[in-house]
Design a protein around this ligand. Structure first.
Ligand code: DAH
Length: 346
């Protein structure tokens, strides 16, 4: 009997090695412990043995039976592990380097924003920030934009629902929260907390109710500039934008001002540039920014004395500049996170 049991154990140990599926295992197991299994048969035989030998044999079968069970349950665990590996793939070692080895890179819009900031940083502008969720006061009223101005229209501006509250942006009871339509709101926030003179730039995200197409996106980026000092003139504004565009596009870039209207500057201009030395840009004049001399009404709304202080402001779209610089013909590429696009500028 003991020999029989030992040979069942030996067979079991040898047999489990080649089992690779649960079906194999079940079949194998039933050959040992199934109704006609080798161990089951031995157990049944005990009844035919002489009475006095039965307790010893019973004990032997129990101990050996436990060994067999252990062999079988270990085998089952291995098969379950195999099945799990099949489901989740091989074990992952998070300490290994990433397979494609590249360290990642900045998004093109970030690169262009940094380039713009570094050019303006050289002539003394420092970065100021403001919230994307704004109030009507900072986005419009303080910027001398009357309540009936078309930019305030529901068609252009995303207004937030009345019950919304932002802990970090306070507002009066009778005004609404909105998503800022331009970065010009940062002019007001900065002047309210900083005495003149000052020189700031403010890059950031803006929102307008535009239907997306090749040149429009409901969310986009601008960079705002504000310079306040004594005796600032249009000549200073023109010289600064000349410097900026020559730094961005090369020494031969030219700028031109066209009269325009913005509520917060007087006079106001649109700025075009010409960079015919760059083959990809050709001979035309391309619109790039809005600008002007800060309107005295704006100074009044932030408590600056318009008799004493003068200044200029400008604003431009970062996507637009990136598109011009890199020959990108659809603004939507910036937001689709398609690596084939992003990697061209990485
Ligand atoms: N806020 C304007 C826009 O979104 C751009 C602009 C124009 C900004 C004139 C200015 C400015 O600071 O003086 O189109």
């Amino acid at each position: 009997m003991e020999d029989d049991l030992n040979s069942i154990i030996a067979d079991a140990s040898a047999g489990v090695v080649s089992l690779s599926s649960r079906a194999d295992f079940d079949q194998f197991k039933s050959k040992i412990v199934g109704p006609n299994g080798s161990l089951t048969k031995l157990k049944k035989n005990i009844g035919k043995m002489p009475k006095e030998e039965r307790p010893v044999l019973g004990k032997l079968i129990n101990t050996k039976g436990k060994e067999i069970e252990a062999i079988l349950s270990l085998a089952l665990e291995k098969i379950e592990d195999l099945e799990r590996f099949k489901e989740i793939g091989s074990a992952v070692d998070p300490t290994l380097p990433v397979p494609d080895g590249s360290g990642g890179s900045y998004h093109l819009l970030t690169q262009v924003r940094e380039e713009i900031c570094s050019i303006l940083h050289k002539v003394g502008f420092v970065v100021a920030e403001g919230p994307e969720a704004e109030t009507e006061y900072y986005c419009f009223d303080a910027l001398n934009t009357p309540p009936d101005h078309p930019a305030r229209d529901l068609h252009d501006t995303y207004y937030l629902t009345e019950n919304v509250r932002f802990g970090n942006v306070s507002k009066h009871d009778d005004e609404r929260y909105l998503l800022r339509t331009h970065t010009s709101s940062v002019q007001i926030r900065t002047m309210l907390k900083t005495p003149p003179p000052l020189r700031i730039i403010s890059p950031g995200r803006c929102f307008r109710r535009d239907t997306a197409d090749a040149t429009h996106s409901a969310s986009f980026h601008q960079i705002e500039g504000l310079y306040v000092d004594k005796n600032v003139t249009v000549k200073d504004l023109k010289a600064m934008l000349d410097y900026f565009l020559r730094s961005l596009l090369g020494e031969n870039a030219k700028t031109r001002f066209r009269p325009h209207f913005f509520p917060y500057t007087e006079p106001s201009f649109e700025v075009d540039f010409n960079a015919s030395h760059l083959a990809k840009l050709g001979k035309e004049w391309i619109e790039i920014a809005g600008c002007g001399m800060v309107d005295p009404e704006v100074f009044k709304s932030v408590g600056y004395d318009p008799e004493e202080w003068t200044g200029f402001a400008f604003g431009m779209g970062i996507e637009r500049i990136a598109m011009i610089l890199y020959g990108i013909d659809d603004i939507r590429y910036f937001y689709q996170n398609d690596l084939r696009f992003l990697k061209q500028f990485g």
